[in-house]
Design a protein around this ligand. Structure first.
Ligand code: CAA
Length: 380
C-alpha cells in the first residue's frame, strides 16, 4: 500500500491550485451573487485540460487517471464549487459516458469537442417525478424507424442552458421497465428542444441549472448510446463515476472551509488571545482535520478502484455519502468559528456552507447512496 502521490500528480495538483487561487477566486463572490456562469473560465479550464481529464488523448483529452481528476476537483472546489460541478458533469458523466459506451462516430463527433472544452455537456436523467426513483422515466422515446421521437421534461439539469451536448435518458418501452430505457445524445438547437427557465438556487449559483422540454424532437437512431434498452444501466454505471466527482467536490468544499477557519482562528483575538488558543475552537479544528482526512481516504480509494478496473459502485457511494456529510457539518462549523464575520459574504465560508448542501442531493441523495451501499453489503 502506497499513500504517496506521484510527481505528476503533485504538478497537476499545483496547476489546479494556482488556477483556482489566481483565476477562480477573484470573481467568485460576484458570480455567486449574480448567478453568472463562468464562460471565460470554462474556456481556460479547457485549455488546461480540465474538461477532458481522463479522456484518451486520441480524442483530445488529457489522458490522466482518476486520482488526477480527484486532485483537480478538490482544488477547484476549495474555491468555487460552481466551476467544479461544470468540470465534474462534463468529465465523469458526459465525456466518460460517451467514451466508455458510445460508438466511434459519437466519439469523433462529440467527445473530441467535449474533451477540449469547446463543447460543454449536460446529463439529463432527473424528471419532475423521477429524481431518486430514476426508473420511473416519463420522457418517452418512440422508435420511428430511423429516428426516435422524444417527448417529455427534464429538470434540475446542470449546464442546462449552456451545454452544447445533452445525454438524455428516456423510456422507449414501458412494459420492459428499466430494460426499456435508452440514452440519447441530443444537440442544442434540435427542433422541438426547448430550454426552460433557469433555477434560482441556494448554492452553486454560478452553475447553470434549467428545466428542459422536448416536444416531438426527432433524434437520429445513430445518436442512441449502446444497444436498445441499455439506457438505465448506462445511467447507473456513469453515475458511479460521477459520484467520485461529487465526493471530491464535497471534499474540496470541506477543505476550503477548514483552511479558512484555521487561518482565521490564528488571527482573530478574543479574551486577550488568538481564538485558536481556546480549546473550544482548537477541538473543532481537530475534528475537521480528522473527518476531512477520512473523507479524503474514501475518495482516493474510490478513484483508485476505478483506475484499477475494480468495481467502484460501493466505494463511490461510500465516498460521496461520507464526504458530503463532512462538507455539510464542517462548513457550518467554519461559519461558527468565524462568528459574525462568517455570516458575511466577504469571508467565503457562508458560500461554502450553501454550496455544501447540494453534494448531499445531486447524483444520488445520501439516502440513495445508503440504498446502493446496503444492497451491496447485504448481497455479498
Ligand atoms: N450497474 C449496472 N446495472 C445496474 C446498476 C449499476 N450500478 N444499478 C442498477 N443496475 C441494474 C440492476 O441490476 C437492474 O437490472 P436487472 O433488472 O437486470 O436486475 C436494473 O438496473 C434496475 O435496478 P434496480 O432494480 O436496482 O432499480 P431501482 O428502481 O431499485 O433503483 C437506484 C436503483 C439505485 C435507487 C437508482 O434509481 C438510483 O441510483 N437513483 C438515483 C438517481 C440519481 O443518482 N440521480 C441523479 C441525477 S443526475 C445528476 O444529478 C447530474 C447533475 O446534473 C449533477
Amino acid at each position: 500500500m502506497d499513500f504517496s502521490l506521484t510527481e505528476e500528480h503533485i504538478i497537476i495538483q499545483d496547476t489546479a491550485r494556482d488556477f483556482a487561487q489566481n483565476e477562480l477566486l477573484p470573481g467568485v463572490i460576484e458570480r455567486d451573487e449574480n448567478q453568472h456562469f463562468p464562460d471565460a473560465l470554462v474556456k481556460k479550464m479547457g485549455e488546461l485540460g480540465f474538461m477532458g481529464i481522463m479522456v484518451d488523448p486520441k480524442y483530445g483529452g488529457s489522458g490522466m487517471d482518476t486520482i488526477s481528476y480527484v486532485l483537480i476537483m478538490e482544488e477547484l472546489s476549495k474555491v468555487d464549487a460552481s466551476a467544479s460541478v461544470i468540470v465534474s458533469v462534463n468529465n465523469s458523466l458526459v465525456s466518460y459516458g460517451i467514451e466508455a459506451y458510445g460508438n466511434d462516430m459519437q466519439k469523433q463527433k462529440y467527445l473530441t469537442k467535449l474533451a477540449t472544452g469547446e463543447f460543454v455537456g449536460a446529463f439529463c436523467l432527473s424528471e419532475p417525478e423521477a429524481g431518486s426513483d430514476a426508473t420511473s422515466q416519463k420522457t418517452s422515446a418512440i422508435d420511428k424507424g430511423d429516428y426516435y421521437l422524444l417527448n417529455g421534461t427534464k429538470n434540475w439539469i446542470t449546464n442546462g442552458g449552456r451545454a452544447d451536448v445533452y445525454l438524455v435518458i428516456s423510456q422507449t418501452d414501458k412494459e420492459k421497465g428499466s430494460h426499456g430505457i435508452n440514452a440519447f445524445i441530443l444537440e442544442k438547437g434540435m427542433e422541438g428542444f426547448h430550454i426552460g427557465p433557469k433555477e434560482n438556487k441556494l448554492g452553486i449559483r454560478g452553475s447553470d441549472t434549467h428545466t428542459l422540454q422536448f416536444n416531438d424532437v426527432k433524434v437520429p437512431k445513430e445518436n442512441r448510446i449502446g444497444e436498445d434498452g441499455f439506457g438505465f444501466r448506462f445511467a447507473m454505471k456513469t453515475l458511479s463515476g460521477g459520484r467520485i466527482g461529487i465526493a471530491s467536490q464535497a471534499l474540496g468544499i470541506a477543505q476550503g472551509a477548514y483552511e479558512l477557519a484555521l487561518k482565521y482562528s490564528k488571527e482573530r483575538k478574543t479574551f486577550g488571545t488568538e481564538i485558536s488558543n481556546h480549546q473550544s475552537i482548537a477541538f473543532k479544528l481537530a475534528d475537521m482535520y480528522t473527518d476531512i482526512s477520512a473523507a479524503r481516504h474514501l475518495v482516493m480509494k474510490a478513484a483508485w478502484d476505478k483506475d484499477q478496473g475494480n468495481n467502484y459502485d460501493i466505494s463511490s457511494a461510500t465516498a460521496k455519502l461520507y464526504a458530503s456529510k463532512v462538507a455539510m457539518e464542517h462548513t457550518v462549523e467554519a461559519v461558527q468559528i468565524h462568528g459574525g464575520n462568517g455570516f458575511v459574504k466577504d469571508y467565503h465560508v457562508e458560500r461554502l456552507m450553501r454550496d455544501a448542501k447540494i453534494t448531499q442531493i445531486y447524483e444520488g441523495t445520501s439516502e440513495i447512496q445508503k440504498i446502493v451501499i446496503s444492497r451491496s453489503i447485504l448481497r455479498d
